[in-house]
Design a protein around this ligand. Structure first.
Ligand SMILES: Cc1ncc(COP(=O)(O)O)c(C=O)c1O
Length: 488
């Protein structure tokens, strides 16, 4: 590994500037190496440092915190801490004073659901979203559809899986004048790692759209500056940024749009006044109208601790480090060849680090070009202590585009009715020309190091000339990205 590392440093000298992360990994994340874990699922969830947990436990052990929403001392102490955290979240994203409110939610999906429930979808309204989106953004289309709004998808280009900008521009041009138009896209794909251009926010504004930016996969390794980019809505899960706590996310809402949102119900904590006799309620203002019931008030202070932790490391250093490791990993994976010279790996999305993050989706192939069973690959990786993820990553659109699935392919799956699962669908696609339904995903994050990517490349290289993991006798020409029948 030493020679490979030296070569890596020669090509990526800026990696050396992130040495403080190696020191932190040794002091606060030593469990990774002590337990022989090669963690490559940062887009699934980031990892916490020991000091985050320690500080949080100390805070809990040294104070008495009651349920907020009351004036008693223990309640007030909690309220203070929750509000302090809220301010810190807004500061972290550099939100101009008064421009945004931060609504605490259970996770990014909870944040996205608020938008779906409360956005004024109606006949004549539009919901435009990119094909590359997490299911929690796709799911908003059900709210839109149910209330008569038009739903449209902006396609991706292949093989890079970037938004097809001319097509998107044309779709943005369809905004209804004087109607409510919502455009949703991810700042970074949780499938391909593509960073979609943030200037789309302004372009969409100029065409009359409100913008929902799903930043869940972006903010763990990139700076989001709300003084520069100002979508109406931003969804985030904090555990994806710093691992702990789980169960807290956030919806950032631009203050002027709050007035166009209508909550479909009210709950404890969301009202200034409610009467049973009068069958009426008056919602609380701003974020309070969206925070149903009791917040996870003991976990929320750990968000401030986590943000400070990331600030102390520096998100720019994390980005640099992840960029270097991703570049090396892509080069090495694309260079892997079977004994007969055929490529072993097909990467979905950009093959270099241009406008992409540290999430890499791929499939592996045998020497005849047959797709390897990714579930088996995951199992084998697990035996070597490697945590990666396989499947569709809740992003069916990017996967369908990457894997070249057609309307007919999807129809076949849908005809199976409620019995359909990804595993069954994968089997069906195997019989339809050996296509893949799903992929292998490795993702890097704040504590990734060279040894992690080196070990993964070693694992993948170990599958050279492997013939027993193929899914069937149909072959896939990786180079041409074309499905070939056996023997053709
Ligand atoms: C881009 C993106 N959006 C939304 C989500 C949903 O996050 P959560 O499961 O925390 O609600 C994820 C989770 O992987 C994601 O990657």
């Amino acid at each position: 590994m030493d020679a490979a590392r030296a070569e890596f440093l020669l090509k990526y000298p800026e990696y050396e500037r992130t040495g403080h992360i190696d020191a932190l990994r040794a002091s606060e994340y030593s469990r990774l190496d002590a337990l022989g874990q090669i963690y490559l699922d940062y887009t699934g969830g980031s990892l916490y440092g020991e000091s985050q947990v320690r500080q949080h436990i100390d805070l809990l052990n040294l104070h008495v915190f009651g349920n907020p929403h009351s004036a008693n001392p223990t309640s007030a102490a909690t309220t203070d801490l929750v509000e302090r955290t809220r301010r810190h979240v807004l500061q972290y994203f550099n939100a101009p004073p008064g421009e945004y409110v931060a609504v605490f939610t259970g996770n990014a999906s909870g944040a996205l659901k608020h938008v779906g429930e409360s956005y004024p979808f109606a006949e004549g309204a539009r919901y435009l979203l990119t094909v590359d989106n997490h299911n929690s953004v796709n799911g908003i289309r059900e709210f839109a559809r149910a209330r008569g709004a038009a739903v449209e998808y902006a396609p991706l280009t292949t093989p890079d899986l970037r938004i097809d900008i001319p097509r998107l521009q044309a779709l943005l041009g369809n905004a209804g004048r004087g109607r409510h138009n919502l455009f949703a896209f991810p700042a970074q794909s949780n499938f391909s790692g593509v960073k979609h251009p943030l200037d789309l926010v302004e372009r969409a504004h100029a065409s009359g759209w409100d913008v929902l930016l799903d930043a869940a996969a972006f903010v763990p390794t990139n700076r989001l500056d709300l003084a520069v980019v100002q979508p109406e809505f931003v969804a985030i899960s904090f555990y994806k940024m710093f691992g702990y706590p789980t169960g807290v996310g956030c919806l950032l809402v631009r203050s002027p749009v709050l007035s166009k949102l209508t909550r479909p119900w009210f709950a404890g904590g969301t009202v200034n006044f409610a009467t049973v006799r009068g069958r009426a309620h008056v919602l609380a203002p701003r974020e309070a109208a969206f925070e149903d019931g009791t917040l996870d008030y003991l976990s929320i202070p750990a968000v401030e601790i986590g943000l400070r932790h990331v600030e102390s490391i520096g998100v720019d250093a994390i980005q640099t480090r992840v960029g270097c490791l991703t570049g090396w990993l892509l080069e090495r994976l694309l260079g892997l060849r079977h004994g007969n010279g055929r490529p072993m790996v097909r990467i979905y999305g950009p093959a270099d680090t241009t406008r992409r993050g540290g999430t890499i989706a791929m499939n592996l192939y045998d020497p005849q070009g047959s797709l390897l069973d990714y579930a088996r690959v995951e199992e084998l990786a697990g035996q070597q202590g490697i945590s990666l993820r396989t499947g569709c990553f809740c992003n069916p659109g990017a996967g369908e585009t990457a894997e070249g699935l057609t309307d007919e392919d999807i129809q076949v799956g849908l005809e199976a009715g409620t019995d359909i699962t990804l595993t069954r669908f994968r089997e069906m696609m195997r019989h339809r020309g050996g296509k893949s339904a799903g992929a292998i995903r490795v993702s890097l994050g704040l504590m990734s190091n060279f040894a992690d990517v080196y070990r993964f490349v070693g694992f993948a290289a170990g599958l050279r000339d492997q013939t027993r993991l193929a899914m069937g006798d149909v072959t896939f020409d990786i180079g041409a990205c074309r499905v070939l029948r056996d023997g053709s």
